[in-house]
Write a protein that binds this ligand. Structure first.
Ligand SMILES: Cc1cc2nc3c(=O)[nH]c(=O)nc-3n(C[C@H](O)[C@H](O)[C@H](O)COP(=O)(O)O)c2cc1C
Length: 301
């Protein structure tokens, strides 16, 4: 087997090639590519060495295993096996519950932030967060997301200007329906999105309605909203775990992000995430989360 057990095999290239190239190996195998964290792997006559923790197999031929295919045959090019043993750590329940309580407490401390510091954040933090998002379950394992990250001041400036123009229409131009205006009033938000230039990074999640396959055909994706939403949740969780903050930002409409990031028509902007550290004087709305009894119903009661 050429790609190791438990490693991730994909044969799809989504989104623009320009962005994907950043994640692809320095040396491109003739037909198959795999990225394995810190290892060298052999594909045909090519040996590829990657330091990234992402594994990827790309061959453009649809004989590779994928959940939607009935065949259990291994990938024709990389011989990645169709099945692999799943042996997660088996925890005594006491230890599991203790971990769960600690994790709940950690997540309960997460807040959406609108007052950011300009303190730098290393690119690796963004890579870790997106790699975490990339572990999300997805309909038919289609992984219909692209995350585009920028730290370029000019790009952030363009995003701020475009977002503020749209938000001025919303807040001051009467485009927001009254009910929506009332719903967000307690948050104290406005058309001022200056934090989009303060933050070291902006990451935009794009949803792939369809995915461009290597043979040039378009694959329609299923459960796109659900899949990208879960991936974004994991992205937020990873940032919070690294002590970073973000805002789930949806300046409506977000079409300008397609132009700024030169995304293909197969995608649409899903969520814009400013990413950085909270400002020293950061304040957030004093929200109370609904009690568990309102979120969880045991049936039958
Ligand atoms: C789908 C979605 C869209 C959101 N869009 C915006 C937005 O455009 N602007 C904003 O300031 N906050 C936005 N938020 C953030 C919410 O206001 C925030 O999550 C909510 O008030 C709860 O606060 P918390 O995240 O600190 O728990 C959005 C959140 C979600 C989940």
């Amino acid at each position: 087997m050429l790609v190791g057990r438990g490693e991730h095999c994909r044969h799809l290239l989504g989104g623009s090639r320009k962005h994907d190239r950043e994640w692809l190996p320095r040396r491109r195998a003739s037909r198959a590519i795999a990225l394995i964290g810190g290892q060298s792997i052999r594909i045909g006559d090519d040996v590829i060495i990657r330091e990234r923790a992402t594994a990827r197999c790309e061959n453009g031929i649809f004989g590779c295993h994928i959940p939607t295919l009935p065949s259990q045959a291994p990938c024709r090019l990389c011989q990645h096996s169709a099945v692999t043993r799943y042996e997660p750590e088996r925890l005594p329940i006491d230890e599991g519950l203790a971990r769960g309580r600690r994790f709940l407490s950690h997540m309960d401390a997460r807040r959406s932030v609108r007052m950011f510091s300009d303190a730098p954040v290393p690119a690796e933090a963004i890579e870790i967060a997106v790699a975490t998002a990339n572990t999300a379950p997805s309909g038919a394992h289609q992984q219909p997301w692209t995350f585009v990250a920028t730290e370029d001041p000019e790009t952030k400036h363009r995003i701020r200007l475009a977002a503020e123009a749209e938000e001025r229409e919303n807040y001051e131009g009467g485009r927001l329906p009254d009910a929506w205006r009332q719903a967000i009033a307690p948050l104290g938000t406005s058309a001022d999105k200056s934090y989009l230039e303060t933050v070291p990074w902006i990451v935009v999640a794009f949803a792939q309605k369809s995915t461009l396959m290597l043979d040039g055909s378009l694959r329609k994706n299923y459960y796109v909203n659900e899949s990208v939403g879960i991936a974004c949740g994991l992205f937020i969780t990873a940032l919070h775990t690294m002590g970073l903050a973000t805002l789930t930002h949806t300046p409506n409409p977000m079409g300008f992000l397609m132009d700024i990031f030169e995304r293909p028509q197969t995608e649409r902007p899903y969520i814009l995430f400013p990413v950085g550290y909270p400002a020293d004087d950061c304040e957030v709305p004093d929200l109370i989360r609904k009690p568990l009894a309102s979120a969880l119903i045991r049936f039958p009661t």
